[in-house]
Design a protein around this ligand. Structure first.
Ligand SMILES: *[C@@H]1O[C@H](CO)[C@@H](O)[C@H](O)[C@H]1NC(C)=O
Ligand SMILES: *[C@@H]1O[C@H](CO)[C@@H](O)[C@H](O)[C@H]1NC(C)=O
Length: 223
């Protein structure tokens, strides 16, 4: 600074060196100030970038851990001898229902799963499909069996109603599944949620499930 001021002192007007001196300090100040601004801008940018990164990671975690609800499908449902009056006493329902855990990282702890078959909003039978079990990710569990005897409580009146409905082409039933479920992510377990699945199924004149209802996905509710 001194060196800059030395020369003009001899030549220029009296107040010039003062001005030069002031200008130098002014620039030094400006440089210092812009340095501070740049540093604070940099810190701000780093902070925003970190925030953005954390947001992205959270979003990806949420996407990959977000539990998909269980999926139930009716694969088979038939009542052999439907419409034959003499088959009423030993009627049977053959069923096959599948439950899928489509998650990548989420396991399901089920308590017992109960199935009931309804006709005209009334239960005509049912049974416990499964005792408490753990369903690992990407697993499909098959529940197949036969309702008959004590697990099927058909009245003569209902059987006549089936025959009447059949003459119109279809008898509509509804399969209801109920259980409680806990979600497992790594070592964390959720609390119990009551879950219900409803699957309407139409049965044709041959006593078998209609093609449009086969493999149809059931509605799932948490209650
Ligand atoms: C039930 O349906 C599934 C899927 O269609 C099939 O793989 C399985 O063999 C069936 N089980 C029985 C006992 O019918
Ligand atoms: C799904 O889990 C059930 C019950 O743990 C098991 O019996 C079945 O073999 C599993 N299925 C597959 C495809 O891993």
């Amino acid at each position: 600074m001194r060196f800059q001021n030395d020369l003009p002192v001899q030549t220029a007007a009296g107040n010039r060196p003062m001005k030069r001196h002031h200008t130098a300090r002014y620039y030094a100040h400006r440089v210092k100030e812009s340095l501070t601004t740049r540093v604070s801008k940099l810190i701000c940018a780093i902070f925003l970038a970190l925030l953005f990164l954390v947001g992205i990671i959270t979003f990806i975690l949420w996407l990959s851990l977000r539990p998909h609800r269980p999926r139930f499908h009716v694969r088979e449902f038939s009542i052999p001898g439907l419409g034959q009056a003499n088959r009423f006493a030993n009627a049977q329902i053959i069923f096959n229902v599948t439950s899928r855990n489509s998650n990548q990282n989420v396991g399901f702890y089920y308590d017992a799963i109960h199935m009931t078959v309804n006709f005209n909003e009334q239960s005509i039978g049912g049974e416990t499909l499964a005792l408490p079990f753990y369903q690992e990710p990407k697993n499909t569990t098959i529940f197949a069996g036969i309702l008959g005897g004590y697990s099927l409580k058909l009245t003569a009146n209902q059987w006549r109603q089936f025959t009447a409905d059949m003459s119109r082409g279809v008898v509509i039933f509804s399969i209801e599944l109920s259980s409680t479920i806990r979600f497992k992510i790594s070592t964390w377990e959720s609390k119990r949620h009551r879950i219900r699945a409803t699957c309407p199924v139409g049965v044709g004149a041959d006593g078998s499930i209609l093609a449009i209802d086969k493999d149809k996905r059931c509605q799932v509710y948490f209650i």
